[in-house]
Structures are given as structure tokens and as C-alpha cells.
Ligand binder design. Sequence first.
Ligand code: VG1
Ligand code: CO
Length: 538
Amino acid sequence: MIQIISTKPYTDQKMGTAGLRKKSKVMMQEHYFENFLQSIFNTINPSGKTFIVGGDGRFYNDIALQKLIKMSAANNVKKLIIGQNGYLSTPASSNLILKRHTDGGFVLSASHNPGGENGDFGIKFATQTGGQCSSQVSDQIYANTQTISEFKIYNSPDIDLSQIGLYKMGSMEIEIIDPIVDYVELMKEIFDFNLIKEMFQKGFTMRFDAMNAVTGPYAVRIFEDILGAAKGSVLNAVPKPDFGGLHPDPNLVYAAELVKIMYADDAPDFGAANDGDGDRNMILGKKFFVTPSDSLAILTDNYNLIPAYKNGIYGVAKSMATSTAVARVAANKKIGYYEVPTGWKYFVNLMDSKRITFCGEESFGTGSSHIREKDGIWAVLFWLNIIAATGKSVEQITLEHWKKYGRSYYLRFDFDGISTDTANLLMKDLTLKLPSLNGQKINCFEVDKAETFVYNDPVDHSSTTNGLRILFADGSRIVYRLSGTSSSGATLRVYIERFNRDNLQADPRIMVDELLKIAMDIAEIQQRTGKKEADVTT
Ligand code: VG1
Ligand code: CO
């Protein structure tokens, strides 16, 4: 029953910030998915192991899932635990890896990238930590993809994923489970559901935009069925293979429908959105937006209001590019504080070694050590719990936070679709140029440090470089990075932060404008890319 099929390497199967992400049509090439999966198996030896399997329901999930099942059976996997209909959000999958003590898991998703035949497809591979594999492991997998010559697949009809139950393929067990129940249980252990429920009973209103992606069913169950938010509070609640044409990235640009509702005169009290695979979140109040960097700082400052954290938290971490708002909270609370490269996998060692409890990224990711991935619905529940406990609005909570700590005005500017060569050369030249800026004064900004960011992991002692940064004496910062999630070409990300203690309610775009011009000049962005301005600002 086991077929051994000959194949030839593809040269481009290198994982980025979070798994392998490609155009669907690239993934659909003959043996492309099989080569990559077999390379993972060749690296980790899956014999006798158990894995969690799911995806965000995007185009090609159904076909890739069947390949994954048959290849697992042929590679002597002991058991697969699969979400019904192939659905599992990234956080739900991480939870199941930890709860069921499995050897790892697969989420078939390109996260916030658009789906469909002309969109993107992806594979996230997690280890028994519940977090995505380290770059050392992904390097080994990549090396394997370069020499692969055959893969193994079980010759068997497809498995029907629509019915919960126990099945077999050869000697491999298959358990199809409800993708939601375990996750709901975990959320109930963390937050005060009764308090939030009372708030909805008193007439509190919310809208949650699931963006036609995987969190729809989770959000309906939690917010509407259990917590009692009005029916219809969850928008775009049914996962669709092409996300209904949406770009399932929860920010002010792509979650336009929700933003329109939240900025209307009759806006509900609270608004939120999640991305394709449910690990990102956006938080909105009435005509009010909370930046993810501020959200991380506010959640950390209010940990004592949440049942699971009220006895204390270990520490907090952020990706380097994220604003320094949470650093001021950590100093105030006298808890550990860490800055890591972009990508959730860098938080895993810090959580496992009990150095941190909370972590976050500017890219709409927040989470805690309840799992080893960022968690969109967790962040929404955290905000609801704070609102229910304090009786304050999103805007009030945020304004009070700024009054206490000052405000980091923060925006990210993305320059998309640059050729890889142009982008790499820009970063290379900039790396060489930065040291010459040390101690210089640019307009009224004095450069404290201009350098390549190097992260030394305190647990496994690995060293990683990720992005370039210019730190100014007044606490302002410019950060440059190339995206590791684009499915073609390169995206240059320029992150600008400007700290202010007194002027708290200005327009962020105006506040960061001068620094943006400086950033564009230093990196010669217009000369090199032909772009006068960013394609997307978030
Ligand atoms: C982006 C974000 C990063 C995030 C990653 C995966 O990576 O910037 O913060 O961890 O996406 O998120 P990059 O390399 O393109 O900047 V997800 O929700 O796409 O898994
Ligand atoms: Co995601």
C-alpha cells in the first residue's frame, strides 16, 4: 500500500517568519507540497509520533490535507488528530499540541495573506513545544528540500473529514475532533466569563469581524452563544476558501467594513477583528483605534484584572520592531522585559523557561504563555474582561494609559513588490552606512545608536540578526526590516516610533512625518525603489 514516488527538488522551499508561504499556484505544482512535507519528515523522523492537523479553510486546504494524511500513514506516523472539516485556528492547534502532549502539528495557512487560486497558501509546522519550529530546524528542513529524490504516500481513498470519530489508514489512527471545544475550555479557565456575560446582559454591544476566515465558528460560539452578545455581532462568520475576496489581515486598511461600523455615529461599544488563521487581532472602540503596541502595554498594565494572571506574571517580551510602550510598563511593574526578532517562535524559549508570561508584536499579534502562538480571540477576551471589570470604554482605558506612561506614536510603512535584488542591496548598503550615523544630529534628532539588531537567546544561546535600527536620544526610533512572509518579491518595512509624554492626542501620521522623511532619506528609498511613499501604512 505504500508507494515510493521519485521527485526532483524545488529550490525555493525556505520557510520565512512563520512557515512556508507561496502563491497557491506555486504550491499546486506537481509534488511541491509532497516534497516539502517529506523533507520535514526526513528531518524529524515522524515514526511512532502523533501530530495535530488543521488549517484555516483556504483554497487547496482540502487537497493538501488528504496528501498530508496519506503521507503520514506511509511515513509510519502513529496518529493524527484533525479538526473537523480540516479546520483549526493556529492558537487552537497550539493548545491541542500542549493539551494532548503530541509531538507537534501542522496548520495549513498563509495566515493574513489573501487566499484562493490566485492568492497564497502556506504550511506552519510546530514542534512539541506548541510553537513553530526554530530556525535551526527549518534550516535542516530546507537543506533536505534541496536533495530530496523521493517521497512516500499511502495508496488509499480520501478520508471524510466531516464526521467526528476514530478512523484508520493502515496502522495509523485518525481522530477527527471538534476544533472549538478545547479552545473554549481554555478561554474559560483564563477569563471571567460571568463578568463579561453580565456586561452583555446590561446592553454592551460589539462587532467581531472574522473576515470569512477560521475564527468565525469560534467567535460565534464564544461571543454570541456563551457570552450572550447579540446574534449577528460576528460579521463574515463563515470560513470561505477565498475569504470572500477579503485580505484577511485585521488592520484599518483591510478590515474596512468593521472600521466603517466603528467610526459611525451609532457605533457599538467595542470592535475587533482576527486574521485568516486566528492569531492576529485588531481592537477598536467607538471611533477609536488601539495600536497593537499600545494594546500589549495596556494588557500588561492590567494583568491583575484577569483571573488567570491576578497572582502575578513573570515578564513580558516584544519583537524589536514593536513600539517601546510595554517597556515602560515592565519597568513600572518591575518585571522582566525582552526584545526578540520578529516571529512568534522567538518567544517560545522565554515562555518555556518562565521568563515571560505576555508577549506581542506590532503586526497585530498579542498572546501569553497559555499557548505558544499569538492568539486573536484571547486578546479580544482580555479587552472585554478589562472593560467589564473597570466599566471604562476602550478610549478611556487607552487615554488613561497614555497619561500614566506617555505615548509612543507609532506607524509601520510597507513598501511592497520591490525586486528581491533591490531590497537586499538596499539593506546591505544601509547596514554599512548605519555606524557612520552614531552620535550625529539629524534635524533635531540626536542619534544614540544605529546598528544591526542582534538577539542572543538566553536559553539556547543561539544568535540571530533581524533588522536595522536607529535609536534617538529622545526615545524615538526608526527600524528597517525585510518581510519574511511575502509570497513573491520583497516588502521593505519601515517602523517609526516617536515618544511624547505630554502631547497625547495628536495625529500619529503628523507626529511621525519628520522621522519618516529622515528614514526614507537615509535608506535612499525613493532613489532605489522609485516609490515616493509607502504602499500600505498600518
Ligand atoms: C509578519 C509580521 C510578524 C508576524 C509574522 C507572522 O512577518 O511582521 O510580526 O509574526 O508576519 O504572522 P514579516 O516577516 O512579514 O514582517 V502570521 O499571523 O502571518 O502567522
Ligand atoms: Co496569522
